[in-house]
Ligand binder design. Structure first.
Ligand code: NAD
Length: 451
């Protein structure tokens, strides 16, 4: 039996024995997870730095800090979330009780990407554990230090029949996808998302797909430009633009373009210094393959600011590219790096019309003061989620489900949404045996029979 089929068989056994269902077990595992992260925190920050040159501050806030609050939120509400929900009883069902049980699916597979390699590995696991499932986690091979650390700390902390890490690249991922799971949670690119869905369809396994896309930041002429510039620079260049919800491109009203770009330039300098290539805290690009893909974009349009690169350290400085058209290669795929192309519009209705022709993005950011226009943009266009007058912030609120729509994904998680994602809602009718409505039986006369 291969390691993979043994791991899945062991987890199926563990689940079938009922260990994961009690509240006390789930709570204990969440506590263990938090304790494990605390214990290994220095090693985590070191591994994230080794793989991505992420600064300690950025790694803490975007990786472990996020997980601590997510675990706390789950522990605080778990008992309440697990409670069956009683629903109304229509006249036709008089005498019965009707309720929904939150049932764990069983054996869950989580496939994670490399860009927030700790956060995006464990955030879905928190929901899966809270909902009473067993978990196999496959981290990304592109962050190898993190991947082996995950394997080591999970093996030290958890019973493998309950939660285990299987390391490897696309072959391992595909071998895992050939197994029969009860739920698959995938975070990654659109092309691989399609493979996952196709493989899942063989067993009709439900999936959550957390994918990507080209998320616009629209800046209208009434926006508070300095604040917009600051928040766009932060949202775009955090993690060197390797964030699924980073603004992918700027779509600016032409009257304010020059002013906004000058302010963006100022904020890049104040956040990353005059020479970001020399900034020890600026995140690197994950691999030489991704570095080369990104530097090819630097030939598009005209560089407004940035553009310098260091291939040895895999660093690309924050770069704004002006004079871009919709058909340039940089506009044809998700950028996923510190390059921000600029397009302009004259009229908001036309801009929105134009965006409606594109795939539905994972995020959208609108900067402008007028409520009517804020509503027009955010209610006309379909996208996973987003912000008005900010970037990225929506992801950090545990009360907001996070996920894509259309080609940016399906399903959502974070907070209660995670618990719900990993729970099947089992609808139940508990019928009375005190009386029986005969109307439903063929040939019966209308009436009520007391038993
Ligand atoms: P990716 O799709 O290349 O890889 C993700 C995972 O899939 C990895 O574990 C990898 O080993 C595995 N994989 C790769 N090729 C595979 C194949 N052919 N068959 C089966 N498995 C395969 O994605 P990535 O490069 O790690 O991450 C970047 C992408 O992820 C971007 O598109 C980004 O927008 C998206 N992303 C989305 C979210 C979100 O929450 N929606 C978060 C982070 C990243």
């Amino acid at each position: 039996m291969s390691i993979i089929s043994k791991a899945t068989a062991d987890q199926k056994d563990f689940f079938r024995q009922g260990h994961t269902k009690p509240y006390e077990f789930r709570l204990a595992q969440l506590k263990k997870l938090k304790k494990m992260l605390k214990k290994w925190e220095p090693a985590i920050l070191e591994a994230v730095n080794a793989d991505l040159n992420k600064s300690e501050y950025e790694a803490y806030t975007t990786e472990v800090g996020f997980l601590y609050s997510e675990i706390d939120d789950h522990m605080k509400h778990l008992e309440e979330w697990m409670e069956p929900i009683e629903v109304k009883t229509p006249l036709t069902h008089k005498g019965s009780k009707n309720y929904i049980i939150k049932e764990p699916y069983g054996n869950v597979l989580v496939i994670a990407p490399w860009n927030y390699p700790i956060n995006l590995a464990f955030a879905p696991v928190i929901g899966a554990i809270a909902a009473g499932n067993t978990v196999i986690l496959k981290p990304s091979e592109l962050t190898p230090k993190v991947s082996s650390l995950l394997e080591e700390m999970v093996a030290e902390t958890f019973e493998p029949g309950f939660f285990t890490v299987i390391e490897g690249g696309k072959e391992t991922s595909q071998a895992l996808l050939d197994q029969r799971f009860d739920y698959i949670f995938f975070t990654g690119s659109i092309p691989v998302g399609k493979i996952v869905m196709e493989k899942a369809s063989k067993h009709l396994t439900p999936v959550t797909l957390e994918l990507g896309g080209k998320s616009p930041a629209i800046v209208h002429k009434d926006a508070k430009l300095d604040l917009a510039a600051k928040r766009i620079v932060w949202g775009k260049f955090t993690n060197a633009g390797q964030t699924c919800i980073a603004p992918d491109f700027l779509y600016i009203h032409q009257d304010v373009k020059d002013k906004l770009l000058a302010k963006i330039n100022k904020h890049i300098e104040s956040m990353y210094g005059k020479n970001p290539l020399k900034n020890p805290d600026f995140t690197s690009i994950v691999s030489s393959g991704h570095f080369d893909r990104l530097t090819d974009f630097l030939d598009n349009g005209q560089i407004f600011t940035g553009g310098r690169t260091d291939r040895e350290r895999l660093i690309i400085e924050p770069t704004i590219i002006d004079n871009i058209s919709w058909t340039d290669p940089v506009m044809e795929e998700e950028i996923f790096g510190p390059i921000l192309p600029v397009l302009t519009f004259e009229n908001l209705t036309e801009a929105v019309d134009n965006l409606q022709d594109k795939e539905k993005p994972l995020a959208l950011y609108y900067f402008g003061q007028k409520e009517k226009q804020q509503k027009f943009v955010t209610e006309t266009l379909s996208f996973g989620g987003g912000c008005i007058n900010d970037t990225l912030y929506h992801i950090a609120n545990p009360h907001l489900p996070f996920g894509g729509v259309g080609s940016s994904g399906m399903g959502a998680y974070h907070g209660k949404a995670s618990f719900e994602t990993f729970s099947h809602q089992k609808s139940m009718t508990k019928q009375t045996t005190k009386f029986d409505y005969s109307i439903r039986y063929p040939g019966s006369k209308i009436g009520l029979k007391i038993i």
